[in-house]
Design a protein around this ligand. Structure first.
Ligand SMILES: Cc1cc2nc3c(=O)[nH]c(=O)nc-3n(C[C@H](O)[C@H](O)[C@H](O)COP(=O)(O)OP(=O)(O)OC[C@H]3O[C@@H](n4cnc5c(N)ncnc54)[C@H](O)[C@@H]3O)c2cc1C
Length: 388
């Protein structure tokens, strides 16, 4: 009987792992099943664009039917509810799957840091559906305002100034003039805040790039509140640690990620933020038949700190997992995973961006935007999304 490989999650890590495994193993030698709750692959790194009406939802949602066409991969659209690594069984809402090898690539969940009201009243940006919710919510605030002119309807707060928060706030800032024009509302009546607990935006970016990003976003009207933790959220109000209160009907929380609870509940060894510990081959501690890829696990950098969770890392992990799993199946030696961080670019809205490529090259403006776009095109080509 063929070995059964079950891949959980068709995001960056899981999709790449499944596609590469299908390519790297002789036809008919392994049964690959890919499980995902949606029937599409989400371009999560671009979600800030549909959230701010800069792209249509269909541009960041690629049907898995298209990506898996002609590939020896069985797709199951279902929700994973439990993993039992001792029994080698995965429970789905609609049934069960047994496996010989498992790849867990279920991504991350939002970390609310226990801020009262944030989960209840904040919005998050982790899926195409959530991007649509943010977009329609903002449009609704603009639609309501002329009938009920309360300032909190036109006050928008993005919590968190990491990559996601900055990219989102930049894109919203670009959208506001169009919204104002359509609703016949003066731009001065709209306020857009970016609130960050840490002393600086874009942690991990070099100071000159941070300064550039701040300058560009301030010129677009973004008001930064850095070193200013949010301590509570109520309907219509965001409370800050310094006692300040922002009256707003909109708080979008991008301030933290943690591992996937299913991974924690399965009993895999995890760090306090719920990300699984893996060995050099990306196998879960104590389970040689379980590989992990992406945000649901972590690897350490040279300073002994976890690499930040990125699509770039998830894709590289997906590749490595496929390579090592094929090696297991074919009785070859495995290769340790060594991340190659090629740089990070943050979009600032429109065709503006800042970032670092390789170890030395810093870019801003259109050049940085072009680099980001190029890496996106390379990824789309890799997963076969550019084919008709
Ligand atoms: C707005 C935004 C911008 C970002 N920008 C960048 C960037 O510029 N560069 C960068 O490198 N990174 C960026 N990131 C981070 C990057 O998107 C993540 O690190 C990456 O998506 C992680 O890939 P993954 O495969 O681990 O998880 P995901 O891509 O989240 O995939 C997980 C998959 O699992 C599925 N799934 C989850 N739970 C279940 C379940 N219970 N049952 C079935 N299926 C399930 C999901 O539907 C999804 O398809 C950004 C993130 C956001 C939110």
């Amino acid at each position: 009987m063929n070995k059964r490989v079950v891949v959980l999650g068709a995001g960056y890590g899981g999709l790449v792992a499944a596609l590469k495994l299908a390519k790297g193993t002789p036809a008919g030698s392994v049964d690959i099943t890919l499980v995902n709750k949606y029937d599409y692959h989400q371009l999560v790194t671009q979600l800030y664009e549909p959230a701010a009406a800069a792209k249509r939802d269909t541009e960041v949602r690629i049907p898995l039917k298209k990506l898996l066409a002609g590939k020896p991969i069985r797709f199951v659209q279902d929700v994973v509810t439990k993993i039992d690594p001792k029994e080698k069984v995965v429970t789905l809402e609609g049934g069960e799957l047994s496996y010989d090898y498992l790849v867990v690539a279920l991504g991350s969940e939002t970390e609310y840091f226990g801020i009262p009201g944030m989960k209840e009243y904040g919005m998050t940006l982790k899926s195409v559906d959530e991007a649509r919710l943010i977009r329609t919510h903002i449009e609704r605030c603009f639609a309501e305002y002329p009938l009920d002119p309360r300032p909190e309807l036109l006050t928008f707060v993005v919590g968190g100034a990491g990559l996601t928060g900055i990219e989102l706030v930049g894109e919203i800032a670009d959208w506001l003039p169009r919204l104002c024009e359509e609703s016949n509302i003066p731009r001065e009546q709209v306020t857009l805040y970016n609130v960050e607990a840490m002393p600086s935006i874009l942690p991990g970016f070099e100071p000159d790039l941070v300064a550039k990003a701040e300058e560009v976003l301030k010129a677009k009207g973004v008001i930064f509140k850095v070193g200013s933790p949010i301590v509570q959220v109520e309907p219509g109000a965001v409370h800050l640690k310094d006692g300040g209160v922002i009256q707003s009907r909109t708080i979008i929380w991008t301030g933290g990620v943690r591992g996937n609870q299913i991974v924690v509940d399965a009993g895999f060894e995890t760090e306090p933020r719920g990300r699984a510990k893996v060995n050099e081959y990306l196998q879960a501690v104590g389970y040689d038949d379980v590989y992990m890829a992406g945000d649901c696990c972590f690897v350490l950098n040279e300073q002994g700190r976890p690499y930040p969770p990125t699509a770039q890392l998830a894709i590289q992990m997906g590749n490595s997992v496929a390579h090592n799993l094929a090696a297991d199946l074919q009785g070859r030696p495995k290769t340790p995973f060594v991340p190659k961080i090629l740089g990070t670019v943050a979009s600032l809205g429109g065709r503006d961006a800042v970032g670092k490529v390789g170890n030395n090259y810093k870019a801003s403006g259109r050049v940085a935007y072009f680099i980001k776009d190029l890496s996106q095109i390379r990824y789309l080509a890799k997963i076969g999304a550019l084919m008709k």
